[in-house]
Design a binder for this molecule. Structure first.
Ligand code: PLP
Length: 323
């Protein structure tokens, strides 16, 4: 049993759910939500913070600032609290209320961007705000998860070898794409070690990551409105795109079997289901990565009437703003 004094020291690395029982799907789900930050983003946050400390960029008195859809923000809040840094998270109106409350409870400040960019996304506006802050005060340190190699290296060092140790005969790995840190870290590791594993990226419809047209996305975590700088498609074998209603459906089916996972897990499982069905294969050893758990999504994915009511509310707000 581990005994810790720093909350970032603990992370459950060996838990998988066999989805043959819950969903009749030949897929093992690697659970990454069992740590004090509640998500896989703890790995990237810790890697980027420790590199910045080693390089002398992050010093006593520094204030971290980062654009996050929620989970990286919670992870950085936890690390900032335990190491004595300030932290300001720049997020947008799709961020879960629970994530905002968590960050504030950990002592962080949260700035919510309400107005989307011209393309309907929020990322450009979030990044502009972060850049302006950094230009205004040298105490601000932006780790920049969108370009920081620590984001993918965390998964090259930990996530991919953890999976390979448990499944030495792995055939296919399904990874959701947000900043693509998890995807690129895993893809690079399996390529580097010459493992014959198909890497399948799972994205949401409306995301521009793999060249699709931009569209409305309500679930934070996966997908983006600005092409991710970390992505190198030459490492990726296949891409599957998932509609948000399918995400919600899978999350609720899993919850009906007692497994409450977050929105992007529903997307990744739905994408894996699509891919395995299309390829007609039940004999493959397949793993998917589940980035977080379901509690942060009680007011969205798990609420009856969502997202229809949220879309109507958004439309009324936009009308009021334009009046
Ligand atoms: C819930 C959730 N799923 C998936 C991702 C995407 O992970 P990555 O940024 O490594 O692509 C994130 C990133 O914030 C997330 O919070």
């Amino acid at each position: 049993m581990p005994v810790i004094s720093d909350p970032s020291e603990f992370n459950e690395e060996q838990l998988y759910v066999d989805l043959r029982v819950a969903l009749g799907l030949p897929l093992y789900l690697k659970c990454e939500g069992f740590n004090f930050a509640g998500s896989i983003k703890l790995k990237a946050a810790r890697e980027m913070v420790e590199a910045a400390e080693r390089n002398g960029i992050l010093r006593p008195g520094s204030v971290l600032v980062e654009s996050s859809s929620g989970n990286l923000g919670v992870a950085l809040s936890m690390i900032a609290a335990s190491r004595g840094y300030g932290f300001l998270c720049v997020t947008d109106s799709r961020c879960n209320r629970a994530s905002i409350r968590l960050m504030e409870s950990l002592g962080s400040h949260v700035h919510v961007i309400d107005d989307p960019d011209a393309d309907g996304g929020f990322l450009g506006a979030r990044i502009d705000y972060v850049r302006a802050l950094c230009a205004s005060d040298p105490r601000y340190v932006w780790l920049n998860q969108y370009e920081n190699p620590g984001n993918w290296r965390a998964h090259y060092r930990t996530t991919a070898p953890e999976i390979a140790r448990r499944f030495p005969d792995l055939d296919v790995l399904f990874v959701g794409a947000g900043t693509t840190g998890t995807l690129m870290g895993c893809a690079r590791w399996f390529w580097q070690w010459r493992r014959p594993v198909r890497i399948v990226a799972v994205d949401s419809v409306g995301s521009v990551t793999f060249g699709g047209p931009p569209g409305r996305r309500m679930i934070p975590g996966l997908g983006t409105s600005v092409p991710p700088a970390l992505l190198d498609v030459s490492y990726i074998d296949d891409v599957v795109r998932v509609e948000e209603p399918d995400t919600v459906h899978v999350c609720r089916r899993l919850a009906a079997r007692g497994f409450m996972f977050g929105g992007s897990t529903g997307t990744v499982v739905s994408g894996a289901h699509q891919w395995l069905t299309e390829h007609g294969r039940r004999d493959l050893t397949a793993v998917a990565i589940a980035p977080d758990l379901g509690e942060r999504y009680l007011d969205t994915v798990y609420r009856e009437g969502w997202p229809t009511d949220a879309i109507e509310h958004e439309a009324v707000g936009a009308l009021a703003r334009s009046a």
